[in-house]
Design a protein around this ligand. Sequence first.
Ligand code: ZN
Length: 236
Amino acid sequence: MSTATTDIMASLHQILRSITSREEKLERGPIRVAAHQTNVNKAASTLESTRDQLKAARMAVDAKQLQLRTSETKILDLQTKLNTCANNREYQALLEQIAADQMAESVLEDEILESMETVDTLVENVNEATQVVDETKKEMQEESKRVESEGRALRAEIAQLSSDLADTEKHLPETIKPDYARMVKTRKEDCLASVNDGICEGCFQQITPNMIAQLALKESVICTSCGRLLYPSDAS
Ligand SMILES: [Zn+2]
């Protein structure tokens, strides 16, 4: 391995970038799991409201069936009274009453059938909503497992990269080491920028000829525009 200053700094920069990208991936892990948890919560809330609708529909059917039984009893009662009518006028009035009640009963029966169909539909909806809850829970568990195993791999890679970083840092010239050590703590990979054709590649501003001359002497040169520690790229 070449120990030229340029190579050392370029390689430090590359290692720092690799560490940052893995740290960002690590941070996204819990966010990915949380997104699935949101899906589970939504599905559970849909299931709950569908169950409530089903309960209300079943109660409506029960109430109408009770109403129907009451009406049937009443008609039977009226039919019994037909035998005890005192005159024809009373008899006719009773017949009309029975006919009207029977009409109302038939409307009620249609309504009961309709309500039962609503119950059937809602039973299907509850089954579907239950399935969605199960599926989203499964997806969340799978994502959680993926995030966990990816996290283990990322942490191992970060540990290896950090050890590579420490090894590489040892080869930095003493002229550069103090500035680098101070800046890397807070700025990580943003503490370094290559210079290509007199341009700082961190902020794309021109650097002075004097700074280029200092770079050639392996001195510590900091970009006056973005504050990054500069190193010449291979191309310059
Ligand atoms: Zn700059």
